[in-house]
Design a protein around this ligand. Sequence first.
Ligand SMILES: Cc1cc2nc3c(=O)[nH]c(=O)nc-3n(C[C@H](O)[C@H](O)[C@H](O)COP(=O)(O)OP(=O)(O)OC[C@H]3O[C@@H](n4cnc5c(N)ncnc54)[C@H](O)[C@@H]3O)c2cc1C
Length: 466
Amino acid sequence: MAEPLEVDVVVLGAGTAGMAVAAALARGGVSVAVVESGLAGGAAAYWADTPLHALRGPGAVLLAAQSTPGAAQAVTSTLNAAATLARRTDLTGHWQDSAATAVLESAGVALLRGRGRISAARTVSVARLDGASQDLHAALAVVLATGSVPDAPGPAAAAAGPLCWGTRAALSAPALPRRLGVLGAGPNASAVAQAFARLGTGVTVLAPEGLLPGWPGPAVALVGALLRADGVQLWNGVGLAAASLAEGGLVLSLDNGHSLRCDALLVDTVRRPAVHGIGLERLGLVGAPLDGSGLAGGTDWLYCAGDAAADPLADSAAAFSTPWALEQARRTADAILARAGGADAAAVPEALGVQMVFTDPPLAATGMALAAALEAGFSAVESAGTAEADSGQVPAKEAVWGSLVVDADTGLLLGAAFAGSHAGDLAQLAAVGIVGRIPVPTLLLALPPAPSAARLWQQLLRGFGL
Ligand SMILES: Cc1cc2nc3c(=O)[nH]c(=O)nc-3n(C[C@H](O)[C@H](O)[C@H](O)COP(=O)(O)OP(=O)(O)OC[C@H]3O[C@@H](n4cnc5c(N)ncnc54)[C@H](O)[C@@H]3O)c2cc1C
């Protein structure tokens, strides 16, 4: 074993959060080593956000053009799958991480390639890719930024062997399968299913718990209609009984007695923080709660950032997002630097966040739905409805839906959900109102000029008599 390396901080994982926390700490003048078992840059750069949007973007642009008279007449062909895949591969840097490693290098952060585990307090042992092992001692802190992983597929799907894909395999596939089976119809599965269908794959979605469980019915109906228009076969309430390899593909036996053939099976399950098997069990720290400064399990040296810091019981991949991973990493670095300087660390607040489904139409939600608000004891009231897009907007022909939940006692916004091309921006306006405790009529003073998706807000507020 090589001599132990002494640094101020060891960061486990060089994804969005790990890179951000390491760079911020180095700027703050402490020595930092990052341990990464895969590609520096993490999920968002290679396996999640970037390839997803590269694959779904062209279809979204095409639909917007097709639904806007004048542009629609210019659309004379279909999507080019080869060009779309090539752009996806370019945007992911061909799954090479030289750009990310250059960022770390210029920040003065040491990168160790290998799998790390916490072997003792303030100590990380790394099984290096070259087969050697290396211990790292952290004088100040160890930051867990190991991201999240999907739950293992059940035995029926696992029988598909290498043809059983997660979103990572689907989004990095070198070529599109002719036929794709999808088990689960949560946010990621639905977005991937739609993107693949638009690029020419025959897609069948098995949705044992329905399409987009937990999202409001009218919003889900808009997504379901477009998925079907895109040629996706959607089997609501149907699950997988068995899968078997046959003639270079798969035969899926469904629990309604039907069977279907496909070339790959995408299984999208719940994601959980990747905090198992990295030494926390031995230290009694698995599932240990974070205190307000980001410290884990009552220690004075272990911090969590990014997806790794999410509530392990949260039941939704939508709990995770890149902007929050970045912001939380920055705050974690501030907390470590403050403690190093002898000051009290500021609390790392809970994210309110905007949850999004990147289908067409996209869905976005923030805060509480009506049922949750009532259960929490608020005198909550809801205004919800469907409207046409503001005239002059692009896309021109689009049904949009929204819901606002307001506390009748205080007039403050409690939650909002939207479906439509501009759902994310509308939900963010709501999130600002909730976080800032801004009375709803005051939020309306900040509306942009027409044409604007925000007109939906005015329509919904009429439901409250405002
Ligand atoms: C399909 C999909 C689509 C998504 N789309 C969006 C989107 O459009 N917008 C959005 O905001 N969010 C999106 N997200 C969520 C977003 O990608 C994550 O919230 C974000 O990438 C989390 O960053 P992170 O740094 O916490 O984790 P990661 O980026 O996963 O980084 C963790 C790193 O730790 C490394 N690692 C793990 N264990 C070890 C170990 N023991 N030793 C060494 N290294 C280790 C991993 O190799 C990895 O590089 C999506 C997620 C998925 C799955």
